[in-house]
Design a protein around this ligand. Sequence first.
Ligand code: APR
Length: 232
Amino acid sequence: MTHPSIVILTGAGISAESGLGTFRDEGGLWAQHRIEDVATPEGFARNPSLVVEFYNTRRAQAHDAVPNAGHTALARLQREHKGEVLLVTQNVDGLHEKAGSTDVVHMHGALNSALCSTCDHRWAAPLEMQVGEACPNCAAPTARPDIVWFGEMPYHMDRIEAALMQADIFVAIGTSGNVYPAAGFVQMARHVGAHTVEMNLDPSETVALFEDTRPGKASITVPAWVDDILDS
Ligand code: APR
């Protein structure tokens, strides 16, 4: 097929080799913190300082992190592939942009963005957010990390679903397939006859739904796959 349209979904695994922890691997973030304490609106209401501190720590780590060959290969694919490429990420670390990717769809938000719970205004988050920071737009003391927490609606779903409906290839990279709606994208892609590929260190929860799997580290598997696509 000449110039297939490609939808890519990335998860924490693509940033693992850049030194950022994943969530569900051995010793991952959800082994260190309870999701209900640091990644839910209820947790934020109960103890905003704990949540702000959790994201300040992750923001500082992401700020210092360097993209790896997996991120760089996807930026190259976006630049050189003649068909459509939509890069959707569950990650909030900003490493795709650091690697040169553009128009990255952050369905779970981003560490470098702040959100006002009162007026929905977004602005560039400082490296260290404080609890009760005033919104630059409405001045209410209701700034929060611009992260989609459990129980909240992921961002940009209309755009993602529209792209999946047109996809010729769907690729999932470094995600365990535990969290919906992202884990359901492969089903939508299969429904329209897209070719589906999983590139993961360990088989995901949804590996059986993928026609093709390329197991291994993203810094190895992703550049090899991008070469295949660009050479085809
Ligand atoms: N290369 C490729 N894959 C890797 C690598 C690597 N170097 N290291 C780990 N992985 C894989 C693991 O095998 C695992 O399947 O990355 C996956 C990471 O899974 P999770 O930790 O569950 O991360 P993710 O799937 O992105 O989580 C989804 O859950 O907690 C929420 O909002 C959070 O966006 C996150 C969502």
